[in-house]
Design a protein around this ligand. Structure first.
Ligand code: AHR
Length: 333
């Protein structure tokens, strides 16, 4: 089954507002757009059901806040929000509830990639447009969703691996990997991007396990790695929280994170950036969680029958220790 994802395009850094003018992917017929309740003069609010993955990380908290701040009544929305606690069955039942309620639009960030076809088919049969945020799904359903907004996770893994090769190739570094949630798009894609980037170098991944994107999970897995291996040089953590858990485990083992064992992570939340500025992390590839404003624009355009771009890739930066010191004072999340 082919993954229903789309190639990165030159549109990556453009705002969603610009993209709507360029895209031609919606199957919705054009409408006047006057009665969408979009806050532009219409009376009715747009009802949105949003199923969030959970509250597993600092990134997720920032993402939830961004969505809630954007989908407000003042901005023309009536938001029903649910937290799935990292369980697919909770997301499926939340989406079924939104279908039963007859909301105008369903949006969700899928905890894992597979297993969505039945519920996506039900939403389609009910005529409710679906927008994916943050994570991709694998689906065989045609036109299962109108748009997918989020980062390019393969690229994030690749940039992490490229930096590791630039810094450490030739040193014979032994690498351990703290993977995100098993079966999730960011775990699959970041692992692939990193592995591709270090192929051909003398960096070697000696162990790789899931820490489920949590600080506690990262700490426990790192403790196990430190017991099993006495030659770890570098940790590649799929998010800041697991990297911060690894810092705790490394310090408890009497070593200096960032020096005795180097750490590369993905996200760029404040706690991660602080660890980088403090010399406990070595590099962070950003994953931008502030998806709310673009999601709001996508929903408004969808309800108005305007075309929307089917894949919108958010712009991500990368930081070394000096760049983190500069960026920290202005960091929003
Ligand atoms: O899907 C995005 C990932 O999910 C973030 O990198 C991680 O922190 C979160 O849990």
């Amino acid at each position: 089954m082919a993954r229903h994802t789309f190639a990165r395009t030159a549109l990556a850094a453009l705002s969603a507002a610009t993209l709507f003018a360029l895209g031609a992917c919606s199957s919705e017929p054009p409408s006047s757009g006057d009665d969408t309740g979009s806050g532009d003069g219409g009376d009715e609010l747009i009802s949105v059901g949003f199923s969030q993955v959970g509250a597993e990380s600092g990134w997720r908290s920032a993402n939830t806040m961004s969505i809630k701040d954007a989908l407000t009544e003042e901005n023309g929305f009536e938001l029903s929000f649910s937290d799935a606690q990292q369980k697919q069955e909770n997301q499926i039942s939340a989406i079924r509830n939104y279908i039963a309620q007859g909301v105008d639009v369903i949006a969700f960030s899928p905890v894992v990639e597979t297993g969505w076809d039945p519920v996506l088919e039900e939403a389609k049969a009910a005529g409710i447009p679906v927008v994916l945020t943050d994570r991709a799904v694998e689906t065989t359903i045609e036109d299962a969703y109108v748009s997918f907004i989020g980062s390019d996770f393969v690229e994030e893994g690749r940039r992490s691996g490229e930096w590791a090769v630039e810094q450490y190739d030739g040193e014979g570094y032994k690498v351990v990997e703290l993977q995100g949630t098993t079966g999730s798009a960011p775990a699959i894609d970041r692992q692939q991007g990193f592995a591709d980037a270090i192929a051909g170098s003398d960096l070697e991944i000696i162990d790789s396990q899931t820490g489920d994107f949590t600080r506690d999970g990262g700490k426990k897995v790192m403790e196990g790695f430190l017991t099993a291996h006495d030659d770890i040089d570098l940790v590649f953590a799929h998010n800041d929280d697991m990297g911060l858990g690894a810092v705790e485990a490394i310090e408890a083992a009497g070593m200096k994170p960032g020096e005795d064992i180097k750490i590369i992570t993905i996200d760029g939340v404040k706690d991660g950036m602080q660890a980088l500025a403090d010399g406990k992390f070595n590099y962070i590839v950003e994953c931008n969680p502030l998806l709310g404003p673009d999601l709001a624009e996508i929903i408004k355009a969808t309800v108005a029958g305007e075309p929307v771009e089917e894949r919108i890739v958010t712009h991500d930066e990368a930081f070394d220790q000096e760049a983190a010191k500069e960026a920290l004072p202005d960091r929003q999340y």
